[in-house]
Each structure stands twice: as structure tokens, then as C-alpha cells.
Design a protein around this ligand. Structure first.
Ligand code: PLP
Length: 320
């Protein structure tokens, strides 16, 4: 029977390889299992803050006003990170018809106090992938011109288990040099029940050693970098099982199937002539829509009716 620590490390290694971490043959990946993407993001954010502070101190510069640049479409966990860990959140505004972070505007907002730019692979609002490659390229230029080395974090809560399987050519991960850490939710497209997320760092140097605690309560050295210490083992076991059981081909088949379903649903909605589609075909396999201006209903009514419909279906199914 493999122990939990082994299974967690195997998952970290598999996911790091999936995200193209630059690892040598015998090198182990740097990462940890968390309760979800929120905890993963708190840890990644802390690592960026500490690295930036250490560098500023070494240069004899002030380090009391860290900021982070994101799109205004970020999930609430980024606002939590900023408030809990005292980092100013600088949000790039969205505009009509463009619901993700504009990489050009994001890079314009970067200054010497920016600990990182966070891009989302799979916006919470419409599932759209942000252009991490363009962000990386623009930031490389800005870093060269200013002498800063502002890094990128990718919040791949949903997209991390989609893009590697159905958009393998898309460069959004550690193939881009400024991407230093990535989070993904095991309990979204990782296909595990709620309670598991992952954060992976590019290299050992990207996770300051001082944030890692070494404990030996169980008779051997165990490095730990999480907000909570104890947690249930079932989610790690389930993630390990899914990765081993399904493998690359298995996940690919499921994600392709999700995308096919998304296209059928999208075409059906379009055919009614009543909706504006605001999601993209290349993104999280979901359909986001708004109602056309001439509609006498609103989105909340649609949501309410859908809930009632599914509740009725569930009751019928239960009764039969
Ligand atoms: C883009 C994004 N980031 C972070 C999160 C937070 O993830 P979790 O619920 O795993 O903490 C979500 C959840 O919906 C999300 O969509």
C-alpha cells in the first residue's frame, strides 16, 4: 500500500509534466495538494509576495506596498488573497463585448511593486481563456526595458485539465518563461469530488524555502506548505486513481465529449434567435449567454426556470 505522501507527490509530478514544467529525468516537481484552487492561489500569492520582498530588501528598496495585477473578471479568491495578505489588487477593467483581461493594459499597469500578473485560463464569467502567450511576450519586453522581473501566475482552476488535452498546441503553461506557478482544481475538470486543488511551481527557486516547514511527527522528514495541516486523504487518493485509471487518452476523450456537447447546446440556443452567446468555442466547454435586447424576460428568470426544470426531472427520476 503506497502512502498518501507518495500519492500526492506522484500527482504533483504528473500534473507538472502535463503543464510542461522544465524537469530533468530524475528531478521531482515542486507543488502541493490543497483543498481547492483558493488555497492553492493563497500559497502561490504568498510565494510571489515573499520573493518580491526578499529581492527588494536585498536592493535596499522599500517593500511595504506590494500589488498584483489581474483582470476585473477574477474569481473572488484573488480578492481574498489581496485582502488577507495585504497586497493591493490592481484590476484591468473589462469592456462591452470583451470580458477577459487585456494583456496590453495589464502590462501597462505593472510597476516596480507588482509581485505578479495573474492570468486566468478559463474565466469564471464566460469560460474564455486569457491570452497568456501575449501577456508573457509583452511582459518580457517590459522587464527588459525596466530591469524588473515581474512574473506570471496562471489561474488554471478549470482550464488546467482542459487545455492540455484538447488544445495541446496552445502555449499558456511553463513553456512560457515568465509563468512561475499554476493552480488547478482537481474537483473541476480533474474529475474528483469537491475538496482537492493543486499548485505547481516552475522550479525550486520559485518557492522560497522559508515558507516550507519541516516536521517529523510521523517518524520521517515531511516538508509542509499548506494553510491547514490535517485533511482527509480520500481526495488525493481519488485524484491519483483518476490520473492512473484514465491516463492522457481517457481525459482527452472526456474533454472532447464535453466540447461536442457544448457545441450542440450552443447551436441549439443560437437557433432560437433569442440569445447572444458570450463564451468562445476554444475555452472551458460551457455555453455562456445573455438574452437579446428585445426579450421580455431576464437571465434570472431563465436561471430560475432551469432550476425548477432540473428539480422536476430529479423528482420524476426518483419516483420512477
Ligand atoms: C478561475 C477560478 N479561480 C479560482 C476558483 C476557486 O476555486 P476553488 O473553488 O477550487 O477554491 C474558481 C472557482 O470557481 C475559478 O473559476
Amino acid at each position: 500500500m503506497k502512502n498518501l505522501f507518495y500519492m500526492q507527490n506522484r500527482c504533483v509530478n504528473m500534473i507538472a509534466h502535463l503543464f510542461n514544467a522544465p524537469l530533468g529525468d530524475s528531478e521531482t516537481a515542486v507543488g502541493v495538494g490543497t483543498v481547492g484552487s483558493s488555497e492553492a492561489i493563497m500559497l502561490a500569492g504568498l510565494a510571489f509576495k515573499r520573493k518580491w520582498q526578499n529581492k527588494r530588501r536585498a536592493e535596499g528598496k522599500p517593500c511595504d506596498k506590494p500589488n498584483i495585477v489581474t483582470g476585473a473578471n477574477v474569481q473572488v479568491c484573488w480578492e481574498k488573497f489581496a485582502r488577507y495578505f495585504e497586497v493591493e489588487l490592481k484590476e484591468v477593467k473589462l469592456r462591452d463585448g470583451y470580458y477577459v483581461m487585456d494583456p496590453k493594459k495589464a502590462v501597462e499597469m505593472v510597476d516596480e511593486n507588482t509581485i505578479c500578473v495573474a492570468a486566468i485560463l478559463g474565466s469564471t464569467l464566460n469560460g474564455e481563456f486569457e491570452d497568456v502567450k501575449l501577456l508573457n511576450d509583452l511582459l518580457v519586453e517590459k522587464n527588459k526595458a525596466t530591469g524588473w522581473d515581474t512574473p506570471i501566475h496562471v489561474d488554471a482552476a478549470s482550464g488546467g485539465f482542459i487545455a492540455p488535452f484538447i488544445y495541446p498546441e496552445l502555449e499558456w503553461d511553463f513553456r512560457l518563461p515568465l509563468v512561475k506557478s499554476i493552480n488547478v482544481s482537481g474537483h473541476k475538470y480533474g474529475l474528483v469530488y469537491a475538496g482537492i486543488g493543486w499548485v505547481i511551481w516552475r522550479n525550486k527557486e520559485d518557492l522560497p524555502e522559508e515558507l516550507i516547514f519541516h516536521i517529523n511527527y510521523l517518524g520521517a522528514d515531511q516538508p509542509t506548505f499548506t494553510l491547514n495541516f490535517s485533511k482527509g486523504s480520500s481526495q488525493v487518493i481519488a485524484q491519483y486513481y483518476q490520473l492512473i485509471r484514465l491516463g492522457y487518452e481517457g481525459y482527452k476523450n472526456i474533454m472532447e465529449n464535453c466540447r461536442d456537447n457544448m457545441l450542440v447546446l450552443k447551436q441549439g440556443l443560437e437557433k432560437t434567435g433569442k440569445f447572444n452567446i458570450v463564451s468562445k468555442d476554444n475555452g472551458v466547454p460551457l455555453v455562456a449567454f445573455s438574452l437579446k435586447d428585445n426579450s421580455c424576460h431576464n437571465e434570472f428568470e431563465v436561471s430560475d426556470m432551469l432550476r425548477r426544470f432540473w428539480l422536476d426531472c430529479a423528482c420524476l427520476h426518483h419516483a420512477s
